[in-house]
Design a protein around this ligand. Structure first.
Ligand SMILES: [Zn+2]
Length: 172
């Protein structure tokens, strides 16, 4: 990131209705899912709230929330300042996530880098898949206890916060 890009990045944070967020919202809407946005009475003001799914979605910028991916680099100037700031953001994210879980919400976090054109479809299809499973879990048709021998879908960990992780890049 050049200083100019960083300035642009900082200036637009913490903005709502960001492009990545709109990508997710348009996708959900196109698939007939209905949601509320920026619900202030829930911890962390989730970007998207799907009541029927008991699920909240945060669409996170990689820099601001400290995603360990290639989009995130600790700035080379004022390094300590940024490190501390981002660490605080991460702590706050975890705290809010814990609160939401105690309130009975599933928490899904989607990272900006997972919505880049190349991986976007994969991410969004994975999201849809996860939501469908959560609906089953919520309504008591527990897919795992019903069929203990069936493999657990890789995209879902029902009792754990879900993180969409980027694929590890194979390095030479
Ligand atoms: Zn990222």
């Amino acid at each position: 990131m050049t200083p100019q890009q960083r300035h642009h990045c900082m200036a637009s944070i913490p903005s709502r209705n960001t492009k990545p967020e709109m990508v997710v919202r348009r996708f959900l809407h196109a698939h007939g899912l209905r949601y509320r946005i920026h619900v202030r009475r829930l911890p962390g003001t989730p970007d998207i709230v799907l009541r029927r799914y008991r699920t909240v979605i945060f669409v996170n910028g990689c820099f601001w929330h400290g995603h360990p991916c290639e989009a995130y680099r600790t700035p080379t100037t004022r390094t300590e300042f940024w490190s501390a700031k981002i660490a605080r953001n991460q702590q706050r994210d975890l705290l809010q996530q814990a609160k939401l879980k105690r309130m009975g919400w599933h928490v899904i976090r989607i990272w900006e880098c997972q919505l880049k054109p190349k991986v976007r479809q994969q991410t969004l299809q994975g999201l849809l898949h996860t939501l469908n499973h959560l609906l089953l879990v919520n309504y008591g048709a527990h897919p795992y206890t019903a069929a203990p021998d069936s493999p657990t879908p890789a995209t879902l960990a029902a009792e754990e916060p879900m993180e969409y992780t980027t694929k590890k890049r194979v390095t030479d």
